[in-house]
Design a protein around this ligand. Structure first.
Ligand SMILES: Cc1cc2nc3c(=O)[nH]c(=O)nc-3n(C[C@H](O)[C@H](O)[C@H](O)COP(=O)(O)OP(=O)(O)OC[C@H]3O[C@@H](n4cnc5c(N)ncnc54)[C@H](O)[C@@H]3O)c2cc1C
Length: 372
């Protein structure tokens, strides 16, 4: 890695779906001095998914006809073709990202943890890592969310097990469980446990499973709705809505889970499916925050810190939530174009991205209405 006296043009933090995807675009634009820094290994978050968890978005080998596989991070690739699966699991997806990184020969340093990012007075940034400091003109933050589970949402949450801490649902001993949170992770936990013959009660502050919204960033995906229907028929799944959990306390023989008016008791640590925080909290002072979200320009650059860009699920513009791969990959070219222009590089290669629906700079076109 370059010493702090030899600055990079671009440092990308994180080699997950977002870091690898933007890395390919930078490579294709001919950005010479760039590097992707990764604290573990390529696709580390996906490798850590519970063994039974699969992508909820389907993969299909459609790119030959101009429609990229929904889970591809770059053109001319398809997890569906790589694994002959419609819903690949985390291990397979991590392997897909590793294959992309290797095919495009991306400059990646693994085993390096970025601790903080410091804007420098004369422009550019110092990145402080566990292995020393380096400098860069631009930083692209692609550190995701999965490694930042929300584990302190109410008193006693420390007695629970967050779903991201479960290597495999087969490892949980016991016959009946309480799952707190009824969106995608909660339903995945419930479906896997019921399939293993357990009885499961899901508590949710609203009733996420009944939300009619058409955006899968808000309501359950068709894949999950379909699974839910199947496991519900077993009679071993109880869905409790309007149950905002306020506390969990150890009691003799197990744990008591409290909402304002109700109490449930379980013999096993309740399973927390309360989601993830954004990794942007590591560099929070570098952003303006509005309603819990980092404010970004039209190029996904911090409104407060020029030169600092964000790619991945933390990107939001108004009501538009870019938390799925098929959504946030369309912003890679937007970020790359802004940086390449300032580096005075030719942006012509991005025309292919535009033609293939991978250059989403007009957000007025995004809505999920369905005419029939
Ligand atoms: C339960 C669940 C199911 C999902 N299902 C789908 C789905 O079906 N389809 C879909 O499109 N999306 C899905 N998502 C969302 C999708 O997984 C994420 O949006 C995607 O992983 C984000 O990619 P990323 O590259 O931003 O983050 P990650 O994949 O988490 O990559 C971030 C990388 O950064 C590294 N890193 C983190 N902090 C640092 C640091 N400080 N220094 C150095 N490296 C660091 C990590 O090790 C990691 O490799 C799901 C998410 C969850 C939680």
């Amino acid at each position: 890695m370059a010493k702090s006296s030899v600055p990079y043009d671009v440092v990308v933090v994180g080699a997950g779906a977002a870091g690898i995807g933007i890395g390919v675009v930078l490579q294709e634009l001919g950005v010479k001095r760039f590097v992707i820094l990764e604290r573990h290994q390529v696709g580390a978050s996906f490798s850590r998914w519970p063994q039974e968890m699969h992508l909820i978005t389907p993969s299909f080998p459609s790119h030959g006809f101009g429609l990229l596989d929904l889970n591809a991070v770059t053109r001319q690739t398809s997890p569906a073709i790589a694994f002959r699966r419609e819903h690949v699991n985390g291990q397979q997806y991590a392997e897909y990202l590793q294959r992309v990184a290797s095919h495009f020969d991306l400059p990646i340093h693994t085993g390096i943890d970025v601790k903080s990012v410091e804007p420098l007075l004369g422009g550019g940034f110092a990145l402080h890592t566990d292995l020393g400091q380096l400098r860069s003109q631009f930083v692209i933050w692609a550190a995701g969310e999965y490694q930042y589970p929300r584990t302190h949402t109410f008193p006693g949450a420390e007695h629970c097990l967050h779903n991201s801490q479960v290597p495999s649902w087969t490892e949980l001993k016991g016959d009946d469980f309480i799952v707190i949170g009824g969106y995608e992770s909660g339903m995945d936990a419930a479906a896997n446990l019921v399939t293993l013959g357990k009885t499961v009660r899901v508590l949710d502050r609203s009733s996420a499973w009944a939300d009619p919204d058409t955006d899968p960033s808000i309501a359950l995906s068709p894949y999950t709705a379909q699974r839910l229907e199947m496991v519900y028929r077993t009679g071993r799944l109880d869905l409790v809505g309007n149950a905002a959990v306020e506390a969990v306390k150890p009691v003799p023989g197990g744990y008591a889970v409290y909402s304002e008016y109700q109490k449930w008791v379980t013999a096993h640590p309740p399973i927390l499916c309360t989601g993830f925080d954004t990794s942007l909290k590591l560099i929070a002072p570098l952003f303006d925050w509005s309603e819990g979200h980092a404010a970004l320009t039209d190029n996904d650059e911090s409104t407060l810190t020029p030169g600092l860009f964000v790619v991945g699920p933390s990107v939001r513009h108004g009501d538009l939530i870019f938390c799925f791969i098929y959504k946030f990959r369309q912003r890679f070219a937007v970020v790359a174009s802004a940086i390449a222009t300032r580096l005075r590089l030719d942006t012509t290669p991005l025309e292919t991205y535009r033609r293939e629906g991978l250059f989403l700079d007009d957000l007025s076109c995004c809505d999920n209405d369905c005419v029939c």
